[in-house]
Ligand binder design. Structure first.
Ligand SMILES: *Cc1c(COP(=O)(O)O)cnc(C)c1O
Length: 436
């Protein structure tokens, strides 16, 4: 594409050696079309592509860059760690300090184990829940993403409790047969599933606020209801905070929800922000459950690079940088950007719905109040694609899919907001033109 010749040349090379030219599917721009931009550098709220074009970044590596790109404190922490050696495969102080910071912030986490991705975190939490309860079934919600764990890729089925069909080739029906997929925000469906399978369900896993179908916050009382229903049956509640953790608030989504309403998950999963841009995930929760992990207990879980000193240094520096003032800034910035986008779309006559969960937000291209996956899918992805490309042309990098959350950082300043605001009217008109 003439638009981005250097990115296109890199993409052509990539296509010859990497499936689809990318190492994670959404990066390929398939749902918006066009040439994926290959980024070469970033500072603060901005990133620069191979063609030398600069963008205000509203992806932030899908969450980790909460302080902005190349933050001086994070770079200094990483540089210091690098100078001491990259990995030892032994325990080290950095991993202890990161675990302490997580435990300090999130009350239900009494013990935590570090892994290298969010996928590993949810996979391990599910294994632990099954090992602890001696039960095999797991409930998940349609539209919730928990990484590419075989069993949790199932998201098919809506409306009624149903045994899941695999969402990906290569995931066997036997694997997903133990997974019950229910509509998000539907406690009656959860009650019905427990009534149909008493004493068989190991855990309910849910995003603490759904943010992988666009942002769909839990309805008031939904997460509390999950805690009540699971506990009444002797099952566990796993809240996946890989995206919301240390992003939605200082204590993640739980800080805005459970901490206020007085319920607790049994296990939680983390990723993204806790690595500050390096590969870190974590799962943690009740000490008596976590004690079932090897070497204390019979549930095996391990990792060659788990607790890696460079990754934990980046994560710790990032978390330490996430002060109350930073969360206030993120909150205000998310509100401003979301409202600017919604206003521009409304002005151009484009149906839109701004939804938030703490400092996370997204804008659906529909009028509907989106409470579940079926409603999320009523939006116009074609209108989003036109909006996306107009923003891109005018120097704003949005998530290249209508079903992703948008991410601001502590570094998004007035200049960044002005650039976004300036790009919006043309993008809103482009979306309107698609809708005719
Ligand atoms: C990103 C994400 C994951 C997967 O994390 P990876 O590090 O990509 O494996 C799991 N759960 C949620 C809620 C996520 O947003």
């Amino acid at each position: 594409m003439a638009d981005a010749p250097a990115s296109q040349a890199l993409f052509d090379r990539a296509l010859a050696v990497i499936p689809g030219g990318v190492n994670s599917p959404v990066r390929a721009f398939r749902s918006v079309g066009g040439t994926p931009r290959f980024m070469v550098s970033g500072t603060g709220p901005r990133i620069t592509d191979a063609d030398g074009r600069e963008y205000v970044d509203l992806v932030g590596s899908w969450g980790p860059m909460i302080l902005g790109h190349a933050h001086p404190d994070v770079r200094a922490a990483v540089d210091t760690a690098v100078s001491r050696g990259l990995s030892f495969g032994t325990p080290g102080e950095g991993e202890v300090a990161l675990a302490e910071e997580i435990v300090r912030r999130v009350d239900p986490v009494e013990r935590v184990r570090l892994v290298s991705s969010g996928t590993e975190a949810t996979m391990s939490a599910m294994r632990l829940a099954r090992g602890f309860t001696g039960r095999s079934k797991v409930v998940k919600f349609a539209g919730c993403y928990h990484g590419h764990v075989d069993a949790l890729l199932a998201s098919a089925g809506s409306g009624i409790a149903t045994f899941a069909l695999p969402d990906s080739a290569g995931v066997t029906a036997a694997t997903t047969a133990e997974v019950i997929v229910l509509p998000y925000n539907d406690l009656d469906a959860v009650r019905a599933a427990f009534a149909a399978h008493p004493g068989e369900i190991a855990a309910v896993i849910t995003e603490a606020a759904a943010a992988n179908m666009g942002v769909v916050p839990p309805l008031p009382g939904f997460n509390a209801g999950l805690a009540e229903i699971t506990h009444a049956d002797g099952a566990l509640l796993i809240t996946d905070e890989v995206m919301t953790g240390f992003r939605a608030s200082r204590a993640g989504m739980w800080g805005l929800d459970g901490a206020q309403e007085g319920w607790r998950p049994d296990l939680m999963t983390f990723g993204k922000v806790i690595g500050g841009g390096l590969p870190v995930g974590a799962f943690g929760g009740r000490a008596d459950i976590m004690a079932h992990l090897a070497p204390e207990g019979p549930v095996y879980q391990a990792g060659t690079l788990s607790g890696n000193p460079i990754a934990t240094a980046a994560g710790l520096a990032t978390l330490r940088g996430c002060t109350d003032e930073i969360y206030a800034h993120l909150d205000a910035t998310a509100r401003t950007v979301g409202e600017l986008v919604a206003a521009a779309l409304t002005q151009a006559g484009v149906p839109n719905r701004l939804q938030r969960a703490g400092t996370l937000f997204s804008v659906f291209f529909t009028d509907a109040a989106v409470t579940d996956y079926d409603l999320a899918r009523t939006q116009s992805t074609a209108a989003f694609a036109a909006f996306f490309h107009s923003m891109l042309r005018d120097g704003v990098y949005l998530p290249p899919s209508a079903f992703e959350a948008w991410f601001v950082s502590a570094a998004h300043d007035d200049a960044a907001l002005e650039r976004i605001e300036a790009a919006l009217p043309a993008a809103a008109r482009a979306a309107a033109a698609v809708l005719g």
